[in-house]
Design a protein around this ligand. Structure first.
Ligand code: FES
Length: 82
């Protein structure tokens, strides 16, 4: 697929390129805090290949989805740590 799809990030719709990872899309949108640790510090992608678990977000109500392993889909709703 080429072109854009619209994803909803923290309640705001954004067009993003199709066929990229959710982590790439969020970084392109300027999202720095993918989640918060127990001390409420912002956390974001480190490895980009599924091993560090720092990029976890909530997608369509499913918690702890690794954004670096998830491709964007039209209409997906993402909750970050912002
Ligand atoms: S960036 Fe490390 S698991 Fe996603």
């Amino acid at each position: 697929m080429t072109g854009n799809v619209t994803i909803v990030v923290d309640g705001v719709p954004h067009p993003v390129p199709a066929d990229i990872t959710l982590a790439a899309a969020l970084l392109n949108l300027g999202v720095a805090a993918f989640r918060r640790d127990l001390s409420h510090n912002a956390r974001g992608p480190v490895c980009g290949m599924g091993t560090c678990f720092e990029c976890r977000v909530t997608v369509d109500g499913v918690t702890n989805v690794r954004a670096c392993l998830e491709l964007v889909r039209a209409g997906m709703s993402v909750q970050s740590g912002a």
